[in-house]
Design a protein around this ligand. Sequence first.
Ligand SMILES: NC(=O)c1ccc[n+]([C@@H]2O[C@H](COP(=O)([O-])OP(=O)(O)OC[C@H]3O[C@@H](n4cnc5c(N)ncnc54)[C@H](OP(=O)(O)O)[C@@H]3O)[C@@H](O)[C@H]2O)c1
Length: 220
Amino acid sequence: MAALARRAERLDTLAQELGDAVEPIAADITDETSTQAAVDTILAGGPVKALVNCAGGAIGKDPVATASIDDWRAMYELNVLGTLRMTQKLLPALKESSGTVLVISSTAGIEPYEGGAGYCASKFAERVMARVLRLEMIGEPIRVVDISPGMVHTDEFSMHRFHGDAAKAAAVYAGVPDPLKAEDIAECVRWALDQPDTVDIDSIVVRPRAEGSYTKVYRK
Ligand SMILES: NC(=O)c1ccc[n+]([C@@H]2O[C@H](COP(=O)([O-])OP(=O)(O)OC[C@H]3O[C@@H](n4cnc5c(N)ncnc54)[C@H](OP(=O)(O)O)[C@@H]3O)[C@@H](O)[C@H]2O)c1
């Protein structure tokens, strides 16, 4: 399994944890040359059975009236165009192996919220991309799966959103009993991919029990 991200040292740590199961490939999916080099390495390794488009995130939480165009551009480059770039490059190989394109989008791509226009718009776009690809691939030996998580307490998502403001990042999860963990989403990915090739888990929406919607969250 190839694992892609920009920071090689974190990938190396992952590879040490998981042993030979992981081939670390440092790449930036917003950069054409870097992504092509990564894809060339992947394709040289043999058939490709699944692409998990996970790299993504929110940058900023400002109202439309005052949001930073640079923040929006960065979210579109990563969430929308990065996902498109990876998908386009691996689609031929995935078709050859009855493979799967899986997208980790978000409930932000289902229900928009104040301050979230840029992130929500990019996640709506990701979900639409997955939906349309699914329609376009009907009859082809390929599955397209969308997983839309709600609140997941990961290391860096909220830190990135709030430009490194640790207090604002911590407030997102304050008092919420058991937000989802990365492992919960990984289990959804594993389950969807482990179905027979002819069973397409079209869409999974997964939230912590304490979250009814982005704006309806139980806090102790
Ligand atoms: N956390 C949540 O509440 C939540 C909820 C719903 C959906 N999601 C979605 O789930 C996905 C994962 O989020 P997360 O919470 O795990 O965020 P995270 O902790 O910030 O992780 C993002 C991952 O993407 C990689 N990445 C970022 N930019 C990249 C680039 N340009 N090229 C290659 N890799 C890149 C990062 O590694 P490097 O920085 O080393 O590149 C990191 O491994 C995202 O698409 C996010 O929108 C998250």
